[in-house]
Design a protein. Sequence first.
Length: 386
Amino acid sequence: MAHSQTSSGAEDRAYSITVMQRLADPVLTALAANRLKQTMPVEGPPDRAAYTHLEVLARLLSGMAPWLELGPDNSHKGRLRVRYIKLAVTGIGNATDPKSPDYMNFSKGQQPLVDTAFLALALLRAPKQLWGNLNPAQRANVVAAFKSSRVIRPPQNNWLLFSAIIEAALWEFTGECDMQPIETAVDQHMAWYKGDGVYGDGAHFHWDYYNSYVIHPMLLEVLRVCAAKQHPLGKLYDEELARAQRYAVIEERLIAPDATFPVLGRSSAYRFGAFQVLSEMALMHKLPASLDSGAVRSALTAVIRKMIEAPGTFDAHGWLQIGAVGHQPSIGEGYISTGSLYLCAVGLLQLGLPPDDPFWTVPTRDWTQKRIWASQDVSTDHAIPN
């Protein structure tokens, strides 16, 4: 069916919400009942069982957060949000309560730094509905969990941003933080910028989607907090935003006429999480003028549909399986397990736009490669100056 050509914005939004529910339901219902560790399968290397539960919660919520932040209202989806907000808040409470059966690992090994950071990102993206609905004891547990991750020292690459965003969340929610990880992460990434909207992952360029999985979204959020706190680093926000906008243009152009895109580099099992930057620019109303909202919406929905509906994407109980398109265990690196896969949720950030937002109401339009390969006249594309 040619959904990408014919579906309306309302249909695209409704479809994307069903995808989000399909991802969320097994995770949040189990965790709210303190049965996540008991029920969640762990595909991947045996040692990942120590990390996979925090991965699944943090990554899922970092994608769901903007939709949750729309809050309750009297619409069907507004009532649905009430349910998911309660499940998410209960889940965060259980995950950070040392007495809970589902208490998660925030400090042992290296991996917990990554997913403590994604949980911090989730709270920063939904300060009212997630942080705001935690009771004082739950907040104290979250703060303690975040601080416990400080024992993990990040290597000199994108991981610096994990320490930085945890501190940015502590700064935002408690007024106190350790500034050094923030300053180090920002300074290093500015030094690692390669040009045309792309950062090195460390000193070197990697041909993968880490600029979208981690670097632009976390750098933007850290700099937003710096700007809100009137720290001098906040002055870099506009420069980073322009780079992220350029990266969004590149991402949109990577989507082929048939809604495939190049699967290359590490962490291909994060599926449409590769498009987090394009999703976030849409969410922020910061899509560059060269990108049409109806085309971006249509492209993102078509990619999500193609990946989520591939046979083998989910197991018989509704949990994601390792793969980029369907079940492809060999595409998963040694650090990939069931929980890791839920980073695909960050490709749904656009759901944080309400149904009457122009992103959902403008006419459906073909995306750039579709137009080019249909011989339509398309304007030139240019690098941005360094």
